[in-house]
Design a protein around this ligand. Structure first.
Ligand SMILES: Nc1ncnc2c1ncn2[C@@H]1O[C@H](COP(=O)(O)OP(=O)(O)OP(=O)(O)O)[C@@H](O)[C@H]1O
Ligand SMILES: [Mg+2]
Length: 415
């Protein structure tokens, strides 16, 4: 009795599992068809590239691979743990060929467009055939003579014994469907997760260590920034405002006795208040330069170049807006590099270049000065490195003795 109940339970859970798996498979069939389309397009591009004409279409083919992989990640994420997408992927042939994520994406695509397509088609067709053949007795006599056949059109049905055979075939499809649907869904999901999940193959502990370090650096940079603001407010604005109150007090006392002297004191108080205002403005500008919001990165950098002591050429090619904090970091980097160039390098010209590549904002500042810049000798370059790393970006300084000095940063655009 107990054993029979257990068997019933197992049978029921198998049906439920098959139904759940069945829900997933049309999606898998969809991505397999998309993968087939991209694969065929990729093959045409590869063949025409050999003849020298298809190379221009390589980025489009690679974008297609990434798009189908993204769709599959989304599909897998709906039925289980999230599949972590990789960072920005290359769409140029040489970079893509060396990129392990792209190579794994291509392997997945080739398998999913062929074996995956076949398996998901079988898994989707089995229950359709099962329903068709099991319901055959209900509608076979309504079908024109000669067209009543089993689902695979192997034999023509003319009497009830033929109908019975079709129903038996329907039972066979049902059994196969119960047995195969779940393993097929599991296999497709396993392969997709193994090849498309960015978290599956990166060394997570290393990544956690990196993020912990950059987080600490970000907090450090944040604390330094707060200290800087506090010092600027304390030493500048606060002092001026104290002077204003002292002068106003003196003016009040002087009014009844000596109005002319009071007027002179009031004039000094006004100029101290104006200085306090100017300092307050410069502190606010140091937090998030408003010029970035008003004129965008290109405009803000041109503004910096215009006030640079060393002649500066700016080349900005950024078609999209990046996150405000990323643009601010790029702005502060260029500001620091220009200040350093005029203070330390003896350069006659500086070149600033900013462009985006694969979702990264690339900034570089080169001066033709004496070189020999050392990170850590002051606080400027160290602060910039902290800012850049807080965004998960990279900063490179090359400054051999004799020059030139180049400061380069790559920042995830984060727009
Ligand atoms: N473009 C450059 N050319 C030559 N030397 C440089 C250049 N930039 C920086 N240096 C050298 O590297 C050192 C470190 O620069 P950093 O910007 O970190 O500090 P700083 O400019 O001296 O001070 P701070 O930026 O904190 O006001 C400088 O003291 C300077 O000697
Ligand atoms: Mg400096």
């Amino acid at each position: 009795m107990e054993r029979r109940r257990a068997a019933q339970r197992t049978g029921r859970s198998r049906v439920v599992a098959a139904l759940v798996a069945l829900e997933q498979l049309p999606g898998a069939l969809g991505t397999a068809l998309m993968a087939l389309g991209v694969l065929l397009f990729g093959l045409v591009v590869a063949v025409t590239s050999l003849l020298g004409v298809g190379l221009l279409a390589v980025p489009a083919a690679l974008r297609g691979v990434h798009a189908v992989a993204d769709r599959e990640r989304w599909r897998l994420g709906r039925w289980g743990a999230e599949v972590v997408p990789p960072g920005p992927l290359p769409v140029r042939l040489r970079e893509a060929a060396a990129d392990p994520v792209t190579r794994r994406g291509l392997r997945w695509l080739a398998g999913h467009a062929t074996g995956g397509l076949l398996l998901s088609m079988v898994a989707v067709l089995l229950p359709i055939y099962a329903v068709r053949d099991l319901s055959f007795p209900l509608w076979w006599y309504a079908v024109p003579a000669g067209e009543a056949t089993d689902s695979l059109t192997f034999w023509e049905v003319t009497d009830w014994s033929g109908v019975l055979l079709v129903v038996l075939l329907g039972l066979a499809w049902t059994t196969l469907s119960l047995l195969l649907t779940r393993p097929i869904a599991t296999l497709l999901a396993w392969r997709g997760r193994r090849l498309l999940d960015a978290a599956a193959d990166t060394d997570l502990s290393l990544r956690v260590a990196q993020l912990t370090a950059t987080r600490a650096a970000a907090l450090d940079a944040h604390a330094t920034e707060l200290r800087r603001i506090e010092r600027s407010l304390h030493d500048g604005t606060q002092n001026r405002l104290v002077a204003v109150t002292v002068l106003l007090g003196a003016a009040r006392r002087a009014v009844p006795r000596d109005p002319a002297a009071a007027e002179e004191i009031l004039e000094r108080a006004q100029s101290a208040a104006e200085q306090a205002l100017a300092e307050l403005r410069s502190v606010a500008r140091g937090i998030l330069p408003p010029v970035l919001a008003d004129r965008g990165l290109a405009g803000a950098l041109s503004g910096l170049a215009a006030t640079s002591a060393v002649p500066c050429q700016v080349d900005v090619d950024v078609p999209v807006r990046c996150a405000a904090s990323v643009e601010a970091t790029a702005y502060f980097l260029v500001a620091e590099a220009l200040t350093n160039a005029s203070r330390h390098s003896g350069a006659t010209r500086v070149a600033v270049a900013v462009h985006t590549r694969d979702g990264q904002l690339c900034v570089s500042v080169t001066d033709d000065g004496a070189g020999g810049a050392v990170e850590g000798a002051g606080s400027g370059l160290v602060g910039i490195r902290r800012r850049v790393e807080a965004h998960d970006g990279t900063l490179t300084l090359t400054s051999p003795p004799g020059g030139p000095t180049t400061l380069t940063a790559e920042l995830p655009c984060g727009s």
